[in-house]
Design a protein around this ligand. Structure first.
Ligand code: ADP
Ligand code: MG
Length: 603
């Protein structure tokens, strides 16, 4: 029998490869504009005819190519951007596969003109269906012009697969938008059938968003920014009240590359929470900068899908950043009904940190290694993976009594994996894979209780404790009628309240979770929260749960045992939104190992 395996000719191989990279005119624009950006251009002009079917031109003022490179760039796997496999982990460029120009030249008629700054004269190449038709010299300014004509001229099946001009043009504009947003310092024009659709001057990200989406966006954007040593988040969100009923202005970028990421989308959506009008979608333009070695962009031919190495951390930071942005612009205060005196107490405590303190006594295990990697649990609970110590924690509560120091209540387990420590009787410190997590004990508990109370109200679940001595409370006429109105909800979370006359009530039972003994002040606080909440579209249930959670949560200054700390952390991360308290405040922060390493290296 004769051998039957043959190597495909390059032109055929390129045509097959083109199917992955070049699906429609918009893909040509993406690839060519990315090349222009990689070439350092700060002015890029794009021209399309018939939605790009008959012509896509991209003209840049970037570094240009030598005559040899001008010929070579159409070869498959021809790239100037990586040399070794190692370079894949340091990528800052948009391209690196060396496929785009080879693919485009396989399925279109291409004219390339290019000149480097140092060259006297440029080069012109004409190539059709991977066959070079012409190579001549060309006088021109520094930069590169590429004209891609009659896309899929030699692949009728693909040409027929293209949609109407309107649909294809929508793809073109979307692709243009994705690139233009995140490169605001670059000037762009987009011209379609001789009509200029966009003329964008170099400027700030905000100016670029306004240039693309319209003047009214000037007042609709809230800046987002959060930086740790491993992740930097920047950009804008659209104020919740301007959210659209259609998905649309949702742009994530990873190292300035447009990406789609449903998990991170969830982080943003979740951060908007109660503020998002029903059936609306949040708008955002957010760039996530990470060290290229912590991201894999090479999992998809068009690179719109990426893998972050520590996606849980990115999620947490992103969520907190969006939450903070909303909070800082006086939107979250809509949710913040009561003045939380405990928070002020925390500040007082924090300022005491400067005062001289006696050497704390710390129990520690010298063989404890926080950098050790444990096998994450695969039970689908995302947050669990953060905690390498989760499985193997051992309590050591006996130490609690011995610890005389008030500022630093520390306890470590006698196992190598666990660490729980209470700082200033306000913060829980615990070890996680990428560093140390510092959790605000009051806010954490508030989040836990809020979720619990809200659920109880919704599910009509009534764990009540009967008061030995019923309390009588007297209210103003207005408060009395409000209390009557919210009585059903209060009963659902465990209150037993009966009216006695017009403005007097007798409280016969209170929720089991409520530690507070001053029932009058608890009730007044709830009423106050409801009054403020009503104006802010918040339901009664929300207001009641918010007030109850704030009043029942552990206070600053309250000592916690290891078992309590562990329980708190576990319950917090079982909440759907563990990052923020119901009032929008951040519950925890992460001291990143890399940051610590850098700090130590600097000293
Ligand atoms: P990749 O971008 O993955 O390297 P391409 O096929 O898109 O592959 O481009 C191949 C090479 O051609 C690039 O690596 C670059 O060296 C060169 N090149 C392409 N477009 C331009 C341009 N507009 N300006 C300068 N050089 C370019
Ligand atoms: Mg490229």
């Amino acid at each position: 029998m004769t051998d039957i395996i043959k190597l495909l000719p390059d032109s055929v191989a390129n045509q097959i490869a083109a199917g992955e990279v070049i699906q429609r005119p918009a893909s040509v624009i993406k690839e060519l504009v990315e090349n222009a950006l990689d070439a350092g251009a700060d002015k890029i002009d794009i021209v399309v005819k018939d939605a790009g079917r008959t012509l896509v031109s991209v003209i840049d003022n970037g570094c240009g190519m030598s005559d040899t490179d001008a010929r070579l760039c159409f070869e498959r796997h021809a790239t100037s951007k990586i040399k070794t496999a190692d370079d894949l982990f340091k990528l800052r460029t948009m391209g690196f596969r060396g496929e785009a120009l080879a693919s485009i030249a396989a399925v279109a008629q291409v004219e390339l003109m290019t000149k480097r700054g140092t060259d006297e004269i440029g080069t012109k190449i004409v190539i059709e269906g991977s066959v070079v038709k012409e190579q001549t010299v060309k006088p021109m300014a520094k930069g590169t012009h590429i004209h891609v004509k009659n896309l899929f001229f030699n692949v009728p099946a693909r040409r027929n697969f293209l949609k109407s001009n309107e649909v294809e043009m929508r793809h073109v504009v979307e692709e243009f938008t994705r690139i233009a947003i995140i490169n605001p310092e670059v000037s762009f024009t987009l011209t379609s059938n001789d009509k200029e659709m966009f003329h964008l001057y170099g400027g700030t990200l905000k100016q670029r968003i306004v240039g693309l989406f319209g003047k009214e966006y000037d007042g609709r954007l809230l800046p987002v920014g959060q930086e740790t040593n491993s992740v930097a988040i920047s950009g804008f969100i659209v104020k919740p009240e301007f959210s659209k009923k259609t998905r649309g202005e949702q742009y994530f970028f990873a190292n300035k590359r447009f990406i789609k990421h449903s998990y991170l989308h969830h982080a943003v959506e979740n951060a908007f929470q109660e503020l998002l009008p029903k059936d609306s979608f949040p708008g955002y333009f957010i760039d996530i900068e990470v060290d290229p070695k912590n991201i894999d962009v090479n999992i998809h031919p068009t690179k719109t899908e990426v893998n972050f190495i520590d996606v849980k951390l990115v999620y947490a930071i992103l969520h907190a950043a969006v939450r903070k942005a909303i909070g800082q612009h006086n939107l979250a205060p809509l949710l913040d009904f009561s003045v939380d005196t405990d928070v002020n107490a925390a500040f007082d405590q924090a300022s005491m940190m400067d005062k001289p303190i006696t050497q704390p006594h710390i129990d520690f295990n010298p063989s404890y290694n926080p950098f050790r990697n444990a096998t994450p649990k695969s039970n689908g609970e995302n947050w669990r993976i953060l905690y390498e110590s989760h499985d193997a924690r051992v309590e050591n509560d006996e130490n609690q009594g011995e610890n005389e120091n008030d500022n630093l209540n520390t306890t470590t387990s006698n196992d190598q994996d666990g660490l729980y420590l209470q700082l200033q009787q306000s913060f829980i410190v615990t070890a996680m894979r990428s560093g140390l997590m510092v959790i605000d004990q009051h806010l954490a508990h508030e989040r836990i209780l809020f979720d619990k109370f809200l659920k109880q109200i919704e599910n009509h679940n009534v764990p009540s404790q009967q008061e030995l001595f019923p309390h009588n409370i007297n209210l103003s006429a207005g408060d009395a009628s409000l209390l009557k109105e919210i009585r059903p909800e209060l009963e659902q979370i465990g209150f037993t309240i009966e009216p006695m006359g017009l403005t007097t009530f007798v409280v016969k039972g209170t929720p089991a979770d409520l530690k507070e003994t001053d029932i009058l002040s608890v009730v007044e606080n709830i009423l106050e929260t409801c009054k403020n909440g009503a104006g802010a579209k918040m339901g009664k249930s929300f207001s009641i749960a918010r007030s109850m959670a704030s009043q029942s949560a552990v206070k600053y200054g309250q000592r916690l045992t290891v078992a309590e700390m562990r329980d708190m952390v576990d319950r917090l991360f079982a909440c759907p939104v563990p990052e923020t308290a119901p009032n929008g405040k951040r519950i925890f922060t992460i001291l990143d190992v890399n940051e610590l390493k850098n700090k130590l290296a600097q000293s």
